[in-house]
Design a protein around this ligand. Sequence first.
Ligand SMILES: Cc1cc2nc3c(=O)[nH]c(=O)nc-3n(C[C@H](O)[C@H](O)[C@H](O)COP(=O)(O)OP(=O)(O)OC[C@H]3O[C@@H](n4cnc5c(N)ncnc54)[C@H](O)[C@@H]3O)c2cc1C
Length: 315
Amino acid sequence: MAVFLDLFKYDDLIEIFHEKGCKILKNEPLSKYTTFKIGGPADLLIEVGDVHRLTELVKYIKENNVPFFIIGNGSNLLVSDEGFRGVIIRLCGDFNSVRLISDNQIQCGCGASLAKACVFALQNNLSGLEFAWGIPGSCGGAVYMNAGAYNKELESLLQTSTYISSDGEIKTISKENMALSYRKSIYTNKDYVIIDMILKLTPDDPDEIRKRMYEIIKKRKSKQPLEYPNCGSVFKRPGNGYYAGALIEKSGLKGKSFGGAMVSTKHAGFIVNTGNAVCEDVAKLIRHIKKTVFQESGIMLECEVKTLGKVNLDV
Ligand SMILES: Cc1cc2nc3c(=O)[nH]c(=O)nc-3n(C[C@H](O)[C@H](O)[C@H](O)COP(=O)(O)OP(=O)(O)OC[C@H]3O[C@@H](n4cnc5c(N)ncnc54)[C@H](O)[C@@H]3O)c2cc1C
């Protein structure tokens, strides 16, 4: 009953954007949209397929003070068990496109997966994105996070990104204005919707590109617990030559679990969902890891994973 009453306030929004052809799901469980397979329902989840409708939706939401959140592939996201009281926006349709715009530049819609961008680059004999092969995010999430692996970050390829600002304006900014650093960008903690990015790549022999992609996925499979739902590295690298995984392992926490959440026995930097984990199991484990690692090493780990809804990760 409470949920039904809650949804009343969205009647106008649902009517307007349903008529405009957006797919709207009520009370949609977010566990379906996160690689952790964790998360309660969102009041509304709206899939938007073109920039015109997206701009209108952002404007409507802003004018009516509706809480909203952009979800990519949910591969760096811990969503509370109560879910989210507001609107989740997912980019689809036009935003899934990846295209060649010059000999060595590709334009990627932010709903497209990084995997799609990697394959497209390979098919066009363009090198540079191999490091991202196996990162299960969207292009939007990759810009937001400045995704990186094996000593390379998206920053090294980014030329521009385009976003819809809080006032519904479409703006394009160059790499220099994106404030890119380790797992951070100008978009971090802002409510802009990133809609596309342009990457500059380097022509290369496709066999060589394929070989490098193969080596990277082999490394990932041997080191990461890909057989369980997870969110990638839970913590950021603390710097000064320290690695979160090594600190957690040294603190004796490999295999430590609360409910269905467990520190991976394969890679201590990962928390895995062994089957029935809820958000609070993961949050409790994160708090326990932070506290124990701090006691053992004096280093306070900082989370890389983003949260949505009421999630307490503080110790
Ligand atoms: C097995 C595994 C391996 C991983 N390996 C790596 C790795 O090697 N390197 C690495 O960097 N990461 C890694 N990750 C983490 C994750 O894949 C990246 O952080 C990725 O960039 C997140 O993209 P996403 O689309 O899933 O974003 P989400 O998890 O959906 O969202 C993350 C943040 O980005 C924001 N966001 C997403 N799309 C948009 C948009 N269009 N506009 C505005 N904001 C947006 C969200 O609001 C949220 O705050 C891994 C994850 C897993 C599960």
